[in-house]
Design a protein around this ligand. Structure first.
Ligand code: BGC
Length: 749
């Protein structure tokens, strides 16, 4: 190479070097200018990310975050592209809102992922938060493990709180896993109600009547779903929990769903029954759903006192409040007593009370417009709308939870279609084994009479000729109850699992034989009848005081058929709450409360025919009369089985309290007259008949006494006396009088 060439090459190289230095520098500058925003930096502290993102958002984007609509193809439902156009913060699928392509794990995953995917394309790419009610497993999806409803878990906790805490936590973990396999990261659960009146249709959603039980199991559930610390929530198989329905919903008058709590003021509620929420918030529950119910006539959703002053300020709740389904439309009066009528004002009252996100399945678009107007109103005339401060607070809370959940980093879980090991964990045998354990431990043995000197349940295992009957013996849908596949649940083979009959067939030995007849006919000659009856599925208000908590015509017919065969009978109740068994229990040698066990009916069979003994204890008091609820120290004579009651296989039924006696009835008349449930002149007539009956009894003339009680019943049912007595009191007095007549006439024989 000559010198000249060498020189020109070196010049070229130098130019190239300078050029490359220049360009790489330029690239660096560009990179600095387009640096990842703080809110997208997973290493930045959550509060910095929240503040950064909030500062980039327009008013419309902020309002969008506060809105939740329901996914679906119907008019008004949210479609994936709406998450871009309206920048909404959240969507949900209510009970029964299956994917259009079918109800299975993969279709759910695809439906959820389509919406999440779209939301990531919104201007700021804020991932949508998708919520469902997975109240006993991922219960909307066919093939999921369905765990016992909470009331059954409460029966485990009433017997052994620590064991229940362990089980409930694992149930939460398994539920979270099965939810996230379908890419759903938010659960409107657990329900922290402590039902006082089982006439309430949501009794089974609560763990029991006891505040401490509900608090401890509530914490276990929250920790199972979310993890023990806030950092655990980033684990892609954890979900955000919602504690609901805040607060006091189990105390409504007559156990009415969405009813009114008249026995306590809001201050008393805050002072006396807040424990489950105090503990759940301390355990990190990230969202709270207020109750539809009212306190002293004011809807919970309108109570700034309970939502802001107590929950957010006093308890230090830093997550967000999600309203219940269209609940704001029920606000008719604000806390100051002003009448509220239209949607705009309902939104104003609700947001100013402290609600952060509105669950409005189909009118969410008008909620966006109205909330926007309210912000502008406030700017024009302070005090007439919603302040920017309130909006910023609500949005910060929502974003905080999204960041804590790790949703910006991992908005989508792996697709089960390409991950067979993940798909296999959905409804897995491990989760079903856990459910089975919970079922077995939740069963409560109420009656266990000695047959030929030996308690019947301890003999069952060795009985040869077994007869099984009843509408719920071979019925997965009935076993699962409400909130399963459909909102209301439904009877029949609605999902995969084992019925109680199948469980029995799989558990008995080759020497034993099972004959099944749904209506109870053909029991003659068998060693024992197991009659599986109770409630058909229902949810929410549809379950209020269903059938007066008595048996339906199908069950009554089945019971009559079995009774006619004259063989020892064991009744297994599939019901979300105590039923009224007063008039039948004498016919049964055994009575078992199995609650709503879910898909694993083998858990029932394992106790009936296997080595396992009964463990569960009643998590709430069981009444002689539906009308006698709530059972307090004032009317404890109506407790048939007390809270904490439950027998073992070798324990014979203790003598049950008898309520029918004349002096009890007299006391009852006094109480009713004091409370105003019974007025003169009816009171006078009833008291007369009762005194005469007592007089005849003292002369050992039970038949004459019975005649006076017949008069008593006649007075009670006179048409012109209707206004003198409340219907609940009338039923109880009628039943008591009849019971006395039977008792006395029997004595005579
Ligand atoms: C229920 C809530 C539930 C919501 C969404 C409402 O009717 O009260 O418990 O989370 O529906 O399905």
């Amino acid at each position: 190479m000559n010198k000249k060439l060498k020189k020109s090459i070196s010049i070229l190289l130098t130019v190239a070097l300078i050029f490359s230095l220049f360009t790489s520098n330029r690239l660096m500058t560009t990179a600095l200018a387009e640096e990842i925003p703080i809110y997208k930096n997973p290493n930045a502290p959550v509060e910095m990310r929240v503040a950064d993102l909030l500062s980039r958002m327009t008013l419309d984007e902020k309002i969008g975050q506060m809105i939740q609509g329901e996914v679906g193809s119907g008019e008004g439902n949210v479609k994936p592209e709406d998450t871009i156009t309206y920048a909404i913060g959240s969507v949900f699928s209510g009970g029964g809102a299956d994917p259009a392509t079918g109800n299975d794990m993969q279709s759910w995953y695809n439906m959820v992922t389509a919406v999440v995917d779209a939301s990531l394309k919104s201007r700021l790419g804020i991932p949508i938060l998708y919520g469902v009610d997975a109240v006993h497993g991922n219960n909307n999806v066919i093939g999921a493990t369905i765990f016992p409803h909470n009331i059954g878990l409460g029966a485990i906790g009433t017997a052994d709180l620590n064991d229940a805490i362990r089980i409930v936590k694992r149930v939460g973990e398994a539920t979270a896993k099965e939810m996230r396999i379908t890419n759903i990261p938010w659960n409107f659960s657990p329900c922290l109600a402590n039902p006082q009146d089982p006439r309430w249709g949501r009794t089974y959603e609560g763990f029991g009547e006891d505040l401490n039980l509900v608090s401890k199991l509530g914490v276990a559930y929250v920790q199972g779903l979310q993890g023990e610390t806030i950092n655990d929530l980033k684990n892609p198989y954890k979900v955000v929990a919602t504690v609901k329905h805040y607060v006091g919903e189990g105390y409504t008058f007559n156990g009415t769903n969405q009813g009114n709590v008249s026995s306590m003021t809001k201050e008393q509620i805050a002072a006396q029954i807040l424990q489950p929420y105090i503990e759940a918030i301390a355990a990190g529950a990230r969202t709270v759903m207020p109750s539809y119910s009212s306190i002293q006539g004011v809807k919970m959703h309108a109570s700034k006192y309970l939502l802001t002053d107590i929950l957010k300020v006093r308890l230090g709740f830093t997550g967000f409040i999600i309203t219940d389904y269209n609940a704001i439309s029920q606000i008719t009066v604000d806390e100051a007593g002003n009448t509220i009528s239209d949607l705009k004002n309902q939104i104003r009252v609700a947001i100013n009370a402290g609600n952060d996100m509105l669950m409005q399945p189909t009118n969410w678009k008008s909620c966006i417009t109205k909330l926007r107007t309210l912000v502008l109103d406030e700017m024009a005339v302070p005090g007439t709308g919603v302040t920017m401060q309130r909006i910023n607070d609500a949005v910060s809370r929502i974003l905080r939870v999204k960041f804590e959940l790790g949703l910006f980093e991992k908005p989508i879980t792996p697709n089960p279609a390409y991950n067979s090991n993940i798909a296999a964990e959905f409804g897995s045998s491990e989760n079903r084994a856990l459910a089975m354990e919970a079922v077995s431990k939740s069963m409560v043995l109420l009656k266990n009479d000695a047959i030929n000197g030996v308690p019947i349940l301890s003999q069952l295992k060795n009985m040869k000729n077994i007869f099984v009957a009843g509408k719920s013996a071979d019925n997965i849908g009935n076993q699962c109850g409400g909130w399963t596949i459909q909102w209301q649940g439904s009877s029949g083979p609605i999902t995969q699992g084992t019925t109680i009959l199948q469980g029995i067939q799989n558990t008995i030995t080759s020497e034993q034989k099972v004959t099944y007849s749904i209506d109870g006919t053909g029991a003659q000659g068998k060693d024992v009848a197991i009659v599986v009856i109770g409630e058909k599925p229902y949810a929410e208000g549809n379950g209020d005081n269903l059938n007066g908590l008595g048996f339906d015509a199908t069950d009554l017919a089945t019971l009559a058929n079995v009774k006619a065969a004259g063989i020892p009978t064991i009744v297994v109740l599939i019901s979300g709450r105590p039923m009224i068994v007063r008039d039948h229990i004498a016919d049964w040698a055994g009575l078992i409360q199995a609650w709503l066990p879910g898909t694993e009916g083998k858990g029932v069979a394992n106790v009936l025919f296997g080595e396992k003994d009964f463990v569960g204890k009643l998590p709430l008091k069981w009444s002689y009369y539906a009308e006698a609820y709530p059972l307090t120290s004032n009317n404890s004579q109506y407790v048939m089985f007390d809270k904490g009651y439950g027998l073992k296989k070798n324990q014979v039924t203790p003598i049950l309290p008898v309520i029918a006696n004349a002096s009890n009835l007299k006391q009852l008349l006094n109480e009713y007259s004091k409370s105003g449930a019974l007025k003169s002149p009816l009171l006078k007539q009833l008291t007369n008949s009762l005194s005469q009956a007592e007089h005849q009894l003292s002369l050992s003339r039970p038949d004459k006494a019975a005649k006076h009680m017949e008069d008593f019943i006649k007075h009670l049912n006179k048409k012109q006396m209707e206004r003198c007595i409340q219907s609940g009191a009338k039923t109880i007095l009628n039943n008591e009088a009849n019971a006395l007549i039977n008792l006395w006439l029997k004595k005579k024989k």
